[in-house]
Design a protein around this ligand. Structure first.
Ligand code: CO8
Length: 376
């Protein structure tokens, strides 16, 4: 969609948890767990009834993904080989819930970056891969905590939850049905990570991002990005899946069983999504009359460094220069919908007025969402 009314991203805010886990710490815990598992199940492994747990490697993780470390909302429990999942303290129903707290922290920073207060916002969208409950919406809890009048709702689109929500925000501002929209992506991935699975234990981190969208005529912040156009597409695939569900109570399955947690066919995803993303972006830019070579910055989804380099190469016809397609995976890992927005948050202020940038997410669904931006 494109609009006659100028709509801008006027601020963004990043919140990171106080805890992080390095590849070495994670691999050490996993390998101790695997060794114990193999000892405890030696007989069944010898008879071929169950498979031996393979060992993980910090070097493999860095080479295959670009990830060196990840933030986690709570560290306790994840590295305990008798638990292999985080421990969250239970909060009373009158206390701010975990995910609302993450969202609130990012939102406050975004509001201040946009030079706005609660009075300037009338819509709150919380958009991410999982919400900690079905209702009341986390967005409404955050709206209440911030003192915002208007409405809020949650939406789930896995890795593309950020760009898809920004598109909703853009449409509301363009249509004049909202004056200011706060899009928040509190990604609380660690409870869904299978830390007992060598192939996926390293992939995700916890973080929250928030973005303020408003009409250019009301924006007063130092760094503003006009949204030139948005494009979203989905294409059904089972290659990235999480079956955790409230239906488990009715179909008598364990909601936390291995096949209910995040799982993927990583190689297939890599092969199928890279060309889809490059084509999606190129066709969007073409439609806007922009040549790929005119784009100064590519804020791409952060799932895998090799994926980003391949997509950037397809887009540019050459390897990207340093900082042209910034990578934040080393410190943050894959943070689902927040990834491309963290790249934007950390790498936008050096652009000059008139510079064009492209924000794009790709992942489970499959889903791809992109926004073409111009610095004002
Ligand atoms: N240590 C050592 N060796 C390993 C490890 C490890 N940790 N993991 C795998 N290996 C082994 C494999 O078993 C394999 O061995 P062999 O050759 O003997 O079979 C070998 O290393 C190579 O394995 P792969 O072929 O799987 O390795 P790749 O080079 O393909 O890298 C990746 C694996 C990193 C998973 C890569 O395929 C990738 O990143 N693919 C893209 C995936 C992607 O983008 N997924 C998106 C997921 S996120 C998303 O959409 C959002 C979901 C919502 C959030 C969920 C929050 C929980």
């Amino acid at each position: 969609m494109t609009s006659n009314k100028s709509v801008v991203i006027s601020g963004s805010g990043l919140w990171t948890p106080e805890y992080s886990i390095s590849n070495e710490e994670l691999v050490d815990a996993y390998n101790n767990y695997a060794e114990k598992y193999n000892q405890d199940n030696a007989q069944a492994i010898a008879t071929g009834d169950i498979a031996e747990k393979p060992f993980s490697s910090a070097e493999f993780i860095t080479k295959a993904s670009g990830i060196k470390s990840r933030y986690v909302y709570r560290k306790d429990g994840i590295l305990d080989i008798n638990r292999m999942r985080p421990i969250f303290e239970t909060r009373h129903r009158d206390e701010l819930s975990h995910q609302a707290e993450m969202a609130f922290n990012a939102a406050k920073t975004a509001l201040s970056d946009a030079n706005k207060t609660a009075e300037d916002i009338d819509v709150v969208i919380v958009s991410c891969a999982y919400t900690q409950r079905a209702y009341p919406a986390i967005a409404i809890e955050v709206q209440h905590e911030l003192g915002i009048q208007g409405f809020g709702f949650d939406m789930l689109v896995a890795c593309s939850a950020g760009t898809f929500a920004l598109q909703r925000a853009y449409e509301m501002i363009a249509a004049g049905t909202a004056k200011g929209v706060l899009v928040i992506n509190p990604e609380l991935a660690s409870p869904q990570v299978n830390y007992c699975n060598r192939d996926s234990h390293f992939i995700f981190g916890d973080v929250a991002m928030a973005t303020v969208i408003e009409a250019a005529e009301s924006a007063t912040s130092e760094h503003q990005y006009e949204i030139l156009g948005t494009k979203a597409v989905t294409n059904y695939s089972n290659n990235i899946r999480s079956d955790f569900s409230y239906l488990s109570r009715a179909d008598d399955t364990d909601p936390f069983a291995e096949d209910r947690l995040f799982h993927q066919e990583g190689r297939k995803v890599f092969k199928e999504v890279c060309p889809m993303a490059a084509e999606h972006i190129t066709s969007q830019l073409n439609k806007l009359g922009i040549n790929n070579s005119e784009v100064k910055r590519w804020w791409l989804h952060q799932a895998n460094i090799n994926m980003n380099q391949l997509i950037a190469k397809k887009l540019l016809g050459r390897d990207p220069e340093e900082n042209e397609a910034p990578i934040v995976l080393d410190r943050f890992a894959n943070t689902a919908s927040a990834g491309s927005l963290i790249a934007f948050n950390q790498h936008n202020k050096d652009l000059a007025s008139g510079d064009i940038g492209l924000l794009c997410s790709f992942g489970a669904g499959y889903s791809i969402g992109s926004l073409a931006l111009r610095k004002l």
